[in-house]
Design a protein around this ligand. Structure first.
Ligand SMILES: [Zn+2]
Length: 367
């Protein structure tokens, strides 16, 4: 039976509509042990997320909501003279890896009998959840900071979501969403809080392993705001090793915009938890998260895997984005963070880790 488990105080809870964090305030994990799955069997399956059904923590008989999330292309590229594999997560049904998590939480919300799904987002998570809610026949309500990108909110609204603009930035939007969900018995499907979301994004690790022939790169370089892709990747890579499907867990290299880099600051200082930073505007709006609530898990995942956290200046984001566009990659600024790091430190990353995979997280076709 799948249940919630608190990593901070070890309490356990059943999976219920109005439970989204522990009574002690910590974000919850899942008590869930995946069944094994074989590469030969996977190769015969359809490309959707349901191909990983044995390792997805959904109740018996419940399938992920299917808009086509699952496998994405991986292409060989060079950044400067550094060979990399680019993982094109932006080639997802709604243009970001958030589809992986949304497919799971929307399925769970429908199973739990929610009439409405609530989320706070400045963009991609809201779009992914709005689309998957529409597909599942659920109402969606997205709380967004009032300076969120209008084109992204418009798209979420075209999927039928109700958009609520909140003064006071990203944090205020999160508080408003949580308080609405608590009082209305809606399902708070927060990509930051829900461990189901992370078990959806973990399919990134399975997809990458399958696509590159089960021989994983030395490091995976990816943007981090709340770190939902990084934590999902960590869950997935650890499972792959445990299930005997991969030999090594790649080092996790997280990249943040210098203007909002709480994880980088804590990593540099050797701290176990990231203290909040002031909320400053950055072109990498998808990574503008001043208080990543799972920072302890993120920092320990980085350290356990021999990875690192880096911070990137606005000018470096802009020039890395331009360089990606000039090669035909239709990404948004947040997705250029990893490429910007390779442009700056590619030689030392390659010397330290060997092969590098750089994740292009979000599409630039939404603005
Ligand atoms: Zn607790």
């Amino acid at each position: 039976m799948i249940g919630y488990a608190c990593p901070a105080c070890a309490r356990r809870f059943p999976v219920e509509l109005d439970r989204w964090r522990c009574d002690c305030g910590a974000p919850l994990d899942l008590a869930f042990e995946p069944k094994g799955v074989s590469p030969a069997e996977l190769a015969r399956r359809p490309r959707s997320l349901a191909r990983y059904r044995e390792v997805l923590p959904l109740p018996e008989g419940v399938e992920p909501v299917d808009l086509g999330a699952g496998l994405v292309p991986v292409v060989e590229e060079a950044i400067g003279d550094i060979p990399v594999r680019l993982v094109l997560e932006y080639v997802s049904p709604t243009g970001s890896f958030k589809d992986r998590g949304a497919a799971l939480v929307a399925a769970l919300a429908a199973f739990l009998g929610a009439g409405e799904i609530v989320e706070d987002s400045s963009g991609n998570a809201g779009i992914a959840l709005a689309a998957h809610s529409a597909r599942a026949g659920l109402r969606a309500r997205i709380y967004a900071p009032e300076d969120a990108a209008p084109a992204k909110l418009r798209l979420a609204s075209e999927f039928g979501a109700e958009i609520v603009l909140v003064k006071g930035g990203r944090e205020a939007a999160a508080r408003a969403a949580a308080s609405h969900a608590t009082t209305r018995r809606a399902f708070y499907a927060s990509h930051a809080w829900s461990p189901f979301f992370l078990h959806g994004t973990k399919s990134f690790a399975y997809g990458l392993a399958e696509t590159v022939g089960w021989s994983l790169p030395g490091a995976v370089i990816l943007p981090a705001g709340y770190g939902t892709l990084a934590l999902g990747a960590h869950l997935g890579f650890a499972e792959l090793v445990r299930l005997g499907l991969a030999r090594r867990h790649p080092a996790l290299v997280l990249v943040q915009p210098l203007r909002c880099a709480p994880l980088w600051r804590a990593f540099e200082r050797g701290e176990a938890i990231a203290a909040p930073v002031p909320e400053a505007p950055t072109a990498a709006d998808g990574a503008r998260v001043p208080r990543p609530i799972r920072s302890a898990q993120l920092l320990s995942a980085v350290r356990e895997t021999g990875g690192l956290v880096a911070a990137i200046e606005e000018e470096e984001i802009a020039s890395a984005l331009r360089a990606l566009w000039r090669k035909g990659y239709a990404v948004e600024p947040t997705a250029a963070l990893g490429a910007a790091l390779v442009r700056r430190e590619g030689a030392s990353l390659r010397a330290r880790y060997g092969s590098l995979a750089v994740v292009l997280t979000g599409s630039g076709l939404k603005g």
